[in-house]
Write a protein that binds this ligand. Structure first.
Ligand code: ADP
Length: 490
């Protein structure tokens, strides 16, 4: 019986193919690194051919482990968001390198748009801010700077897409030029209300509407792979950007349910249900899912420095040899001895948005040592998360729970500290592969293995560890007061 789900998880640094059984158990996976190109300071590019070839190679490696394509019910795709690929419909070949989400080259264009007073209107329509992070200004840069892209636009053969769109185009042998609403909501070109690319926004950014993909659901019969790739045509029934997929993988489908991914940085999304998010605290509004044309939304905020602070303790200060040693160090003392770290090593993200802020270590004394610094570094995660929670609450999206994942969430001490400082139960799934699992859930419900997404989440989500808040309120208040003082110094 065909009941395996093949997930293609195309990330920034690597691409993976993962095979899930219909109960959510990971059966096999293959991974390949993606080459990072840095042509200039602040520029980051990927080769779209490499993305496609390595993703296909990983898929071809795991398909036999299912017993062949006949055993694969459906494909789900999740991807690094915002990264833009431009290709020619006439040749199905890329016209230039992909511009990656981290790339800052379009800041001057964003600044000009902000100076011309466009940010409020764009935020109202798209839920996003005028920042180089998002796809639209990257498309405009390609049109202005790559003659092949402009020529294809003039001839009417230009195709733009985010990474899932590029992969679907190649997987279908050029039959489908589509994007799902969660990825489309990261472009600056899509209205949150109707999830369609907007003529006015396309005109503002100078991107021809005809070059953009059709916006489709995140789950359902979306496309079929070309028969020759895997030996039979396999339906593609799940598509979502990586952070939305992780939110689904954590079963955050009801308003207030929140997931936080602690990797290099931390990404937090709170489900808003069918209500369109409107932030007055510089958080982002985004599509979480679109199924049968009906959308759910999420509010999103991120902090720039999470696990990378621990990496810095390891690589620059040599306080630990491996990241996980921070846990034993934090447990070895009753408190940080007044040491507070503000991890603004590359500026502060939401809700502060201070690009020029820099890190602070406050409260040093002769009693401060490795353990105090390690503990203060882990405590900083709860402090930053606490500030985000306050901003979400101010935007009318208070958290009901916090479900954590990402490499750093393996740290039990940090998980307990999060619960204590937020005053909320913190849940952690047995497998932290929530991004791929979310894509598997979309694909499994999309192909009819489960009647709907909620059933897929219930059936495929594994066991959870729960951390209950236990800290005395005065300890918590003292910690927050010291944090605020240090923050003002940053
Ligand atoms: P990314 O996907 O952003 O590359 P990961 O999800 O793999 O990141 O998480 C790795 C990060 O988490 C690293 O920055 C590392 O320092 C940190 N990390 C991993 N394990 C632990 C741990 N047990 N305690 C504290 N930090 C950890």
């Amino acid at each position: 019986m065909a009941d395996y789900i093949l997930v293609l998880d195309e990330g920034t640094t690597s691409t993976r193919a993962m095979l899930f059984a219909s109960d959510g158990v990971l059966v096999a996976s293959a991974q390949a690194p993606i080459t990072q190109h840095y042509p200039q300071s602040g520029w980051v590019e990927h080769d779209p051919r490499e993305i496609w070839e390595k993703t296909l190679a990983c898929a071809l490696e795991v398909v036999p482990k299912a017993g062949g394509a006949a055993s694969i019910a459906a494909i789900g795709i999740t991807n690094q968001r915002e990264t833009v690929v431009a290709w020619d419909r006439a040749t199905a070949e890329p016209l230039t390198n992909a511009i990656v989400w981290q790339d800052r080259r379009t800041e001057p264009f964003c600044a000009a748009l902000r100076d011309a007073g466009h940010e409020a209107g764009v935020q109202e329509r798209t839920g996003l801010l005028l920042d180089p992070y998002f796809s639209g200004t990257k498309m405009r840069w390609m049109l202005d700077n790559v003659p092949e892209v402009r020529a294809a636009a003039d001839q009417g053969t230009l195709a733009f897409g985010t990474v899932e769109s590029w992969l679907v185009y190649k997987l279908t042998g050029g039959a489908a030029h589509i994007t799902d609403a969660s990825n489309a909501s990261r472009t600056l070109l899509m209205g949150l209300e109707d999830a369609q690319f907007d003529e006015g926004l396309c005109d503002l950014l100078g991107v021809p509407r005809a070059s953009l993909p059709g916006v489709v659901d995140c789950s359902g019969p979306l496309a079929m792979t070309a028969a020759d790739l895997f030996g039979r045509a396999i339906p593609i029934t799940g598509l979502a950007g990586d952070q939305q997929a992780a939110t689904i993988g954590q079963a955050c489908l009801a308003p207030g349910q929140t997931k936080a991914t602690y990797g290099t940085g931390a990404f937090v999304l709170t489900c808003q249900g069918s209500r369109i998010p409107r932030s007055t605290n510089r958080l982002l509004g985004t599509v979480l899912t679109q199924i049968d044309g009906a959308r759910t939304y999420a509010i999103e905020g991120s902090v720039f420095v999470a696990g990378s602070l621990v990496q810095w303790l390891r690589d620059s200060l040599g306080i630990v040899e491996v990241a996980s040693q921070t846990e034993a160090l934090a447990r070895s003392i009753p408190d940080s001895g007044g040491v507070v770290i503000v991890p603004a090593l590359s500026g502060l993200g939401a809700p502060h948005w201070e690009a020029e802020a820099r890190g602070v270590i406050a409260g040093l004394s002769f009693a401060s040592g490795k353990a105090q610094l390690a503990r203060a570094a882990l405590e900083a995660m709860a402090h930053q998360t606490h500030d985000l929670a306050a901003a979400f609450t101010a935007d009318g999206a208070p958290w009901q729970s916090l479900r954590i994942d990402g490499g750093m969430s393996a740290n039990d001490w940090m998980a307990q500290d999060l619960a204590d400082m937020l005053g909320l139960p913190v849940e952690r799934p047995g497998s932290v592969e929530t991004t791929a699992l979310g894509a598997a859930m979309l694909a499994a419900s999309g192909v009819g293995i489960y009647p709907d997404l909620a059933s897929a989440c219930q059936a495929m989500r594994g066991r959870l560890a729960t951390f209950e808040p236990a800290m005395e309120p005065d300890v918590r208040d003292a910690r927050l007061a010291a944090w605020r003082k240090a923050l003002s110094a940053a």
